[in-house]
Design a protein around this ligand. Sequence first.
Ligand SMILES: NC(=O)c1ccc[n+]([C@@H]2O[C@H](COP(=O)([O-])OP(=O)(O)OC[C@H]3O[C@@H](n4cnc5c(N)ncnc54)[C@H](O)[C@@H]3O)[C@@H](O)[C@H]2O)c1
Ligand SMILES: [Zn+2]
Length: 371
Amino acid sequence: MTIIIATSPKPYNIEIKLGTVMTNNFCKKIAANYRQTAVITDSNIAKLYLQDFCKHINKHTNLIHYTIPAGEQHKNRETKANIEDFLQRNNFCKDSLLIAFGGGVITDITGFVAATYLRGVKVVYIPTTMLAMTDAAIGGKTGINTKFAKNQIGTISSPSAVYIDPAFLKTQAKQQWLDGWSETLKHALLQNKTELEIAFNYYQQKTLNTEELLTIIKNSCNVKNSTVNQDPHEKHIRKSLNIGHSIGHSIETSYNYQVSHGQAVALGIICEAYISYEMGIMTKNTFKLIIYYFKELANKLPHALDDNNFFENLKYDKKNSGSHIKMCLLKDIGSVYNLQDYTTNITNKHLKKCLDFINNEFISTNSAKQA
Ligand SMILES: NC(=O)c1ccc[n+]([C@@H]2O[C@H](COP(=O)([O-])OP(=O)(O)OC[C@H]3O[C@@H](n4cnc5c(N)ncnc54)[C@H](O)[C@@H]3O)[C@@H](O)[C@H]2O)c1
Ligand SMILES: [Zn+2]
């Protein structure tokens, strides 16, 4: 087993081991000391794993479970209130344990419930998607969406532990699997060429060789965790985790979330590298390498990106201040440019060139034929 120590905002362990979670020993270890355990999951995970998981937990504690409908659109205030009402109805108290059993939607919303219910109860995360294992379950951000934008309300608070078991990945749908890889390659891109090459080669094999995968998951968790540990309040190095996300969020919103987060981030990483190259921050060779690593994940957009939407949505990025568009740009693989205050001197001319680049290179040929 690998144990990674997280320190922010409070210390907790991230334990990674294949084939652990659906066992009696594991369930005893996490649940036996609590009067009651509440498992929060979504409808897809419930169908696949809940019965078996509950069978083990039930032997060691009084078990209750609550299933929310699967999907990002349910990561909202109403679902949070429903979970809280369920806990109240069942007399869930501070001597009890919450278990977030699912993807990033479940860890985000259950983490937020845990942070505010009775002013804080214990929670452990069992992430079941690649994205949740390497990104969402680590770093302490919890939250829900509003009708205005994603992740607008939440806390920074630690779970008591995160248990990662890659065995769950065998049932992931293809797009969710790819979405996880965008963030995993992003973490490797922040490290160095060797790690990027290792992660890329593995992802290209498109197999589930779990030993190799375990190593990549550990590495990816380490990048996120050590970055957060060094800079819990996102003053400098934690900002680097936002690469690809300024343009990525704008793409996601411009297509009304029909383009997945992972695809949008992969294209965002390519576009932000293009801006770095245009601004003379990055060499052409590095820019070409970044295209090589991310173009398959970036895939093709369903139709041309609309100028107005693209610019309007960029303005709403949380990193901006006033009218300044701010981005976290790379100088090179493993090297971020100006971490203190992001990059602020990005002009409309750079952005317009970037938009033309997307519309020339990343639009599905089917859509051009149909048009
Ligand atoms: N807190 C953070 O730091 C952070 C970081 C990144 C992302 N996030 C959040 O994470 C969410 C995205 O996470 P996600 O991609 O895991 O989404 P998700 O939780 O919606 O899961 C994706 C889909 O996969 C299904 N699923 C989950 N595990 C499965 C499995 N093992 N087999 C089959 N199906 C499975 C789910 O039911 C869902 O339909 C977003 O809400 C995002 O904002 C948070
Ligand atoms: Zn992301």
